[in-house]
Design a protein around this ligand. Sequence first.
Ligand code: TYD
Length: 136
Amino acid sequence: MNKSKSLVQLIEVPKIFDDCSLIFAQAKKHIPFEIRRVFWIADADTGLPRGFHAHKTNRQILFCLRGSIQIIVDNGKIREEVVLDKPNVGIFFNNMIWHEMLKFQKNTVLLVLNSHPYDPKDYIRKYQQFLKLVNK
Ligand code: TYD
């Protein structure tokens, strides 16, 4: 379910309460792409910001399964920020959206669903190059 029309696109997936929190997401139903790759991040240095790139093609949904982080999203014209701290609320990064992850709380665990396999050539790591590509 898309909860917002701003640059920050949050996706809430079902969370079932029983004797634990059971959270699930299904491609096409909750996730707007076929999931071709998953990676996760744990034991991140709390003082070290991450991300600082955009993808030419790959689309992603990032869930903060534990802890919290601040996320910046930027389309070259607008920059918005949001705190991600609920395991069933992810943020959608469309392709060509610059994103930064800051303020990792200790023990934060992130799960990232991806529309494409890993390809280092898909990364735009220089902000000035990103601006040129989105504003042309
Ligand atoms: P990278 O995406 O550059 O991480 P960061 O921007 O946070 O430093 O990935 C770091 C290394 O992990 C790089 O050598 C490639 C490898 N990697 C994969 O092989 N597959 C993946 O899905 C990811 C995310 C990284």
